[in-house]
Design a protein around this ligand. Structure first.
Ligand code: BV8
Ligand code: ZN
Length: 245
């Protein structure tokens, strides 16, 4: 199957990828759903939405500061590196990610669209001023905006919040242009991200799924490879390299 997939990738005219928390799993970043998922210990309703933040901003900030610590100290894994290599070879044109970590960028990927924001970004709830951070904030105290004094929040998209329109539009455009899309490490349940690969399908394109488990996308995928993104993407890259050099 990997050989056929490498063939499809080599013959593609516009290859993109949609990635989820599973591609960062091998960097020891916990995923959301599944056995050791974040949502097993915490309820997303209590943490990843505006109401939770309004009700108990310190609790929400402590959770994000903990996640920022993990992400900022994590290393890109073989999956991130393989995606970056495919982009360097001129084959992969863009990555649309649901992840809020910056591991794709730290592996060398240039064209990365963050549908759900980034833990590197902090935004003011008052004046909207946003900036990048190197370290998570010490909580308490609640971080305040130096411009207007309002409380700052993580620069991520919470449940019930709109995705950044310009990013979502560009993501749909990338999918409209794709004749092949690799969907790696996502449970394909969160909308509107999970609908993006269906655009490629509707245009007669090919979906390649990489996931140890089945997802709602598995039956529409042309190839559904049961495996870890790190291992599978590395195998795909070596098949592509063999054919090229
Ligand atoms: C919106 C950022 C409306 C924050 C996140 C009922 C039906 C349908 C939709 C809804 C509904 N009720 C509510 C909704 C909408 C809701 C939604 O989709 N809910 C779902 C859960 C039902 N969506 C929203 O609220 C979105 N906004 O709709 O706005 C609107 C419209 C107009 C105007 C105003 C408002 C906002 C969604 C974004 C939420 N923010 N994260 C944070 O991170 O804290 S979502 C969160 O889930 C992450 O971003 C994550 O990326 C995303 C998806 O999860 P996955 O990445 O797929 O991760 P998961 O753990 O689920 O799966 C991991 C997968 O990896 C598994 O399949 C596993 O098998 C696999 N895996 C494990 N190890 C590996 C591996 N794969 C490969 N290799 C491995 N080694
Ligand atoms: Zn402000």
């Amino acid at each position: 199957m990997v050989k056929d997939v490498a063939e499809v990738i080599l013959n593609s005219t516009y290859l993109t990828a949609l990635t989820g928390a599973g591609v960062s799993a091998e960097s020891n970043i916990p995923t959301f759903r599944g056995k050791d998922g974040l949502w097993n210990k915490y309820r997303p309703e209590e943490l990843a939405n505006p109401q939770a933040f309004a009700k108990d901003p310190e609790k929400v900030w402590k959770w994000y500061a903990w996640r920022m610590e993990k992400v900022f100290n994590a290393k890109p894994n073989k999956a991130h590196i393989a995606f970056a290599e495919l982009e360097k070879l001129g084959i992969l044109k863009a990555i649309v990610t649901q992840n809020v970590d910056d591991l794709h960028e730290r592996a060398g990927s240039k064209n990365v669209l963050h549908l759900h924001g980034s833990l590197r970004v902090v935004r003011c709830t008052g004046c909207g001023f946003e900036f990048e951070v190197e370290e998570p904030p010490e909580i308490p105290p609640l971080p305040a905006c130096e411009r207007c004094g309002s409380i700052l929040r993580p620069g991520v998209v919470w449940f019930g919040e709109m995705l950044p329109p310009e990013v979502l539009d560009r993501a749909f455009m990338e999918m409209e242009r794709s004749d092949v899309v690799i969907v790696a490490g996502t449970s394909a349940v969160v909308q509107p991200a999970a609908s993006l690969p269906l655009v490629v399908k509707r245009n007669g394109g090919i979906i390649i799924e990489v996931n140890p488990s089945r997802t709602p996308l598995s039956e529409v995928a042309d190839f559904s490879i049961r495996g870890k993104a790190g291992e599978v993407m590395e195998e795909i890259l070596s098949e592509v390299r063999k054919a090229l050099f």
